[in-house]
Ligand binder design. Structure first.
Ligand code: GYE
Length: 330
């Protein structure tokens, strides 16, 4: 009897140990929504990086552009006691309370893309995101240097800035960079500044109304490519030639923007990579091995792509889009 009992205990122990080692690492991801090609690429990249990793499981939540949905998702992740949380917030303010709750639950937090403004007050393992101020500077500098290059550096130019989702760090940062750089090019006159909410449809609508209300637009700075592509439709519908009558500079460097540049309908796109899987995977692997990180913010290296290449923007030189289009991953 005693032997049978010991055998049962041993079997239970073996089963318990193997069940424990087979337990998946659960990584929860609170995504903003599906507003742009950038966002789709970002979701697909992280999803496949996590789901294809042996022993890892993804819990995904799409916040549909609403902060309250994201707050609810984060609280659900805490209740489920997930192992890691990946987070990017639709706007930068209003996360203090819920991210403190994440900290109190001792769930390691990885910030990606748009950083919350409370980042200094909370604990996080690492942060990966674009340098939005620099991206905004590059957009204006590209237009300014391009015009200098074709002998129009001292010609007055009317410029419009189409901004992203109001209050998103990608919008506030790029606007800061846009406006600071404008001061370097006194021949640019800012004649319009409005949000197109990072979507193609709203980009089109904003451009339509500008074309009706502003006499002459020479340069469009769109804080993402989707809005630039929507604006191209509006420009064509108004009987103007995009890329020629109006110089168009986007941001993100998605495939559709490369196609538009190669087709001559768009002039430039400043890169902002959505591919964070390559950063997130090694970080979580290292945490699983017991390594610890300081709070660090990593900005991936990014390029600028245009029709002919060779425009010197200080920190980077533009590359001809047609030369690299075949190797683009998003
Ligand atoms: O530029 C835009 C997207 O936060 C960097 O969000 C991201 C931005 C990106 O909707 O296309």
């Amino acid at each position: 009897m005693k032997k049978v009992f010991l055998l049962v205990v041993a079997l239970v122990m073996v089963f318990a140990v193997s069940a424990a080692s087979a337990k998946d690492v659960v990584i929860a991801f609170s995504q903003i929504g599906q507003e742009s090609d950038w966002r789709t690429a970002n979701t697909d990249d992280l999803r496949s990086a996590i789901e294809n990793h042996p022993g890892w499981k993804l819990v995904y939540d799409d916040g549909q552009q609403k902060q309250e949905n994201q707050i609810k998702a984060l609280r659900n992740f805490i209740t489920q006691d997930v192992d890691y949380i990946l987070f990017t917030g639709v706007v930068s303010t209003g996360w203090d309370e819920v991210l403190k709750e994440v900290n109190e639950a001792e769930i390691p937090l990885l910030l990606i893309d748009r950083l919350p403004d409370c980042a200094d007050k909370i604990d996080y393992v690492a942060a990966f995101g674009g340098d939005f101020v620099e991206e905004g500077r590059r957009q204006i500098a590209w237009a300014g240097e391009y015009l200098k290059g074709i002998g129009k550096g001292d010609v007055d130019m009317n410029i419009v800035i189409m901004e992203g989702t109001t209050g998103a760090s990608a919008q506030t940062g790029r606007t800061e960079g846009n406006l600071k750089a404008l001061a370097e090019y006194p021949h640019f006159k800012l004649v319009g500044q409005q949000s197109g909410n990072f979507t193609r449809a709203e980009g089109q609508a904003v451009m339509e109304s500008w074309l009706k209300s502003i006499d002459k637009i020479d340069v469009l700075i769109a804080q993402n490519d989707d809005m630039a592509l929507g604006a191209i439709d509006a420009i064509k519908a108004a009987g103007k030639v995009p890329g020629k009558d109006i110089i168009i500079v986007g941001c993100d460097s998605v495939k559709a923007a490369f196609d538009a540049i190669v087709a001559g309908e768009m002039n430039c796109t400043v890169e902002c990579t959505p591919l964070y899987g390559a950063f997130v995977v090694p970080t979580i692997e290292a945490l699983e091995r017991g390594e610890r990180f300081d709070k660090t913010v990593v900005h991936p290296e990014e390029g600028v792509f245009d029709m002919d290449g060779g425009i010197d923007l200080g920190s980077v030189k533009s590359v001809k889009a047609a030369d690299v289009i075949a190797s683009r991953r998003y």
